[in-house]
Design a binder for this molecule. Structure first.
Ligand SMILES: NC(=O)c1cc2c(=O)c3cc(F)ccc3oc2nc1N
Length: 332
């Protein structure tokens, strides 16, 4: 075999090994929050992969970790139509209103309604589409029907898998957010650079995803929690709690603070627990989301034009910490 072929074969073998390692290490660090290798080990492998791909461009694949860095400056964002509208959640602001929602829903269906209770992440709603297990499109909610194609920016978000653990085609939805630590560091950098700071992590995440310079997005340390499987029957999943388990197995980052609750007592306890824990979390939440756990109930009660009738968001009252910050800003 000529020298070139041998190195091509070696390169193929070496690239596959590096890619497998880097994809697994990325998943452990960014999806599971359980890194197993030191940064310098990751960086050295990444450097070798980049070098080999530059020497053998034909060996680059869409799921290679090197495809995440962005580095393009986009002319703008294409529009995307959501085949299935991306709705918003109805809001309630008290346990009484929540109880009324629960009673209304219990009355409109025969079976006992149990809810999957989830933290309401304060970020930006996104939709991710995969074809045969490969990430092909990501978009914002927009007005629920028309969103913006931000695929290139979402590729830089390391908790978003570029390939799934199974070669299936599906759409999922979730929240893209900026962790509190990343938000504080970003605002510090911006302040030092004499740039305007972001008011909160949600605005920072939105601003980061709307960057036309994708390498800027790549530096914003965004993360995700995926919470919605658009076609659960496709995967033969019957409840929201099962859907979250399935999404995790497929390689998505899901929030593991969610819990099935069977009555208002358990719901109130969950709300009290996370209202107390709110500032110990590494990300902002602005409430709790309750979803009828059984998908059969979703089909039975359906949606209004704007919101699902099988889910509700309970918003936390603004806590003193936020009001103090507002006062300081106001006086300044
Ligand atoms: N911010 C959130 O953490 C969060 C948001 C939504 C939604 O916006 C949402 C909107 C729908 F039409 C249906 C289900 C949903 O479930 C959701 N679940 C969540 N955990």
């Amino acid at each position: 075999m000529s020298n070139q072929e041998t190195t091509l074969e070696e390169a193929t073998h070496r690239i596959n090994q590096l890619r497998t390692d880097l994809i697994e290490w990325t998943r452990q660090y960014y999806v599971l929050d359980q890194p197993t290798v030191e940064d310098h080990v990751y960086d050295e492998s990444y450097r070798q992969l980049t070098e080999l791909e530059q020497a053998f461009p034909s060996l680059v694949t869409p799921d290679s970790p090197t495809q995440r860095v962005g580095g393009q400056v986009l002319p703008g964002f294409e529009k995307v139509t959501h085949e299935i509208p991306m709705l918003s959640l109805g809001d309630v602001f008290s346990i009484e209103e929540l109880s009324e929602f629960d009673q209304r829903l219990q009355k409109s269906v025969e079976s006992e309604v149990s809810y999957n209770a989830e933290l309401k992440i304060d970020g930006l709603a996104i939709s991710l589409t995969y074809e045969n297990g490969v990430f092909i499109k990501g978009s914002t909610r927009g007005d629920g029907t028309i969103g913006e194609d931000i695929t290139e920016n979402l590729k830089t978000v390391k908790s978003i898998p570029l390939t799934l653990t199974e070669p299936i085609s599906l759409e999922v939805r979730g929240e893209c957010y900026m962790p509190t630590k990343a938000f504080i560091a970003l605002n510090k950098r911006r302040e030092e650079a004499g740039e305007a700071t972001f008011a909160n992590p949600r605005n920072a995440a939105a601003g980061s995803l709307r960057q036309l310079n994708t390498s800027e997005t790549a530096q914003r340390q965004l993360s995700t929690f995926i919470y919605y499987l658009v076609n659960p029957e496709q995967l033969n999943v019957k409840t929201q709690s099962e859907a979250l388990e399935r999404l995790t197995k497929l390689g998505f980052r899901t929030n593991n603070e969610s819990r099935v609750t069977n009555n208002m007592t358990e719901i109130s306890a969950y709300i009290a627990e996370y209202q107390a824990k709110r500032h110990d979390l590494s990300y902002d939440i602005d409430g709790i989301v309750l979803k009828a756990n059984l998908f059969a109930i979703h089909d039975e009660v359906g949606n209004t034009v704007k919101v699902p009738k099988w889910a509700i968001a309970y918003k936390f009252p603004p806590d003193e910490q936020e009001t103090i910050v507002l006062d300081i800003e106001w006086t300044v």
